[in-house]
Ligand binder design. Structure first.
Ligand SMILES: [Zn+2]
Ligand SMILES: [Zn+2]
Length: 371
């Protein structure tokens, strides 16, 4: 039995319980979780915004050490330090063949088993196909990627969702060209990674838009060239003024809010693209002027998990981190033991955290750069 945070009722605090994680079957990997960040997607699920069955164990932005492997696992070995992600890919379906594993439609043996059970032996839902708000997790082998020892677990955890989602929206989904002007709406954990992705990929201007001044300051640290308060009534005018009246080539909307998505189109230059990164609650509709989009040859791009391809993107992000170009440690706000997960979640809901990270055991905590 291992400790886990179980969601038994939508909107209620998670309950800390002992659970059992099954032995890994063919192609599956068990990970001793050492760090798991709290992502807004976890909170949407916990609040019931996306429905789904309960009781469930969520958590999907994690890192740990491989403790057991099933038959046929070739990509990792017991003892490997790994990033754990919800991106699961079969390698054989049309989505995978097109190089878009986030659209994988393959079937996995793990979904036909009961990987998680509670103390009474009852089934627990394997939330986000990951379930890392627990001391142990079981996932398909495609969901783990080794990381070197010089990346602290608390920082490595962020690579699997928050970082790849923001960074990949720029590099994979938008394939932003150097010299583009960019706006990023929402500068939380994902938004800051869109900002640093755009800066690293050579954007001419990266204009951060957020309601909170401290988040605009953070965005500047991560490479934004200007900050615009989302609370101002002239956001569109300010962004247009910064771009000589033209508007920006890409708007990355990292918050799942209807007004933010609708506003994005007003910031866009002819030929530009709005990239939808943040997920709204199920059923939220947005209104846009279709004639404007067609008449200006604009595009709307959906970006699930930054179009992430784990075996390509994780090593790239690690390399950028090791070379001092990608900020990771700075994204970790605070660490919490699993017993305090509800407090950690409340802080995230109040917008107080870039990333709050649940830690298990004596992990290699993030340390400030240069210390
Ligand atoms: Zn996430
Ligand atoms: Zn597939």
């Amino acid at each position: 039995m291992v400790k886990a945070a179980v969601c038994r009722a939508f909107g209620a605090p998670l309950s800390i319980e002992d659970i059992t994680v099954a032995q890994p079957g063919p192609g599956q990997v068990k990970v001793a979780v050492e760090a798991c960040a709290i992502c807004h997607s976890d909170i949407h699920f916990i609040d019931g915004a996306w429905g789904g069955a309960l009781p469930a164990i969520y958590g999907h932005e994690a890192a740990g050490t491989v403790s057991e492997i099933g038959d046929g696992v070739a990509t990792v070995e017991v003892g490997d330090r790994v990033v754990v992600s919800l991106i699961r890919s079969c390698g054989a379906c049309p989505g995978c063949a097109k190089g878009m594993p986030v659209t994988c439609t393959g079937r996995f043996s793990i979904d036909r088993t009961r990987p998680l059970t509670d103390a009474n032996g009852d089934t627990l839902v394997h939330g986000l196909k990951t379930g890392t708000f627990a001391e142990e997790a079981i996932v398909d082998q495609s969901q783990v990627v080794p990381v070197p020892a010089d990346v602290p677990m608390t920082s490595a955890a962020l690579l699997g969702c928050g970082v790849i989602t923001g960074f990949g929206a720029v590099t994979n989904t938008a394939r932003m060209e150097a010299g583009a002007d960019v706006a990023v709406i929402g500068c939380g954990g994902v938004g800051l990674n869109a900002v640093q992705g755009a800066a690293i990929a050579g954007a001419a201007q990266v204009i951060a838009v957020d309601i909170a001044d401290d988040k605009l300051d953070a965005a500047r640290e991560f490479g934004a060239t200007a900050g615009v308060s989302a609370g101002a009534d002239d956001v569109t005018d300010q962004v247009r003024a910064l771009t000589g009246g033209a508007g920006v080539d890409y708007v990355f909307v990292t918050v799942g809010a209807k007004p933010a998505i609708e506003q994005a189109f007003s910031l866009l230059a002819p030929g530009g693209a709005v990239v939808l990164v943040g997920m709204t609650a199920t059923g939220v509709m947005v209104e846009v002027d279709a004639t404007d989009i067609a008449g200006n040859s604009q595009r709307v791009l959906g970006s699930k998990m930054g179009g992430g391809r784990l075996p390509i993107d994780i090593p790239l992000l690690v390399s950028l981190y090791q070379n001092g170009r990608l900020k990771l440690d700075e994204l970790v706000s605070k660490t919490f033991p699993i017993e305090d997960i509800n407090e950690a979640i409340d802080e995230v809901k109040r917008g107080e955290a870039r990333r709050n990270v649940i830690v298990f055991g004596e992990v290699n905590r993030a340390r400030p750069r240069g210390s």
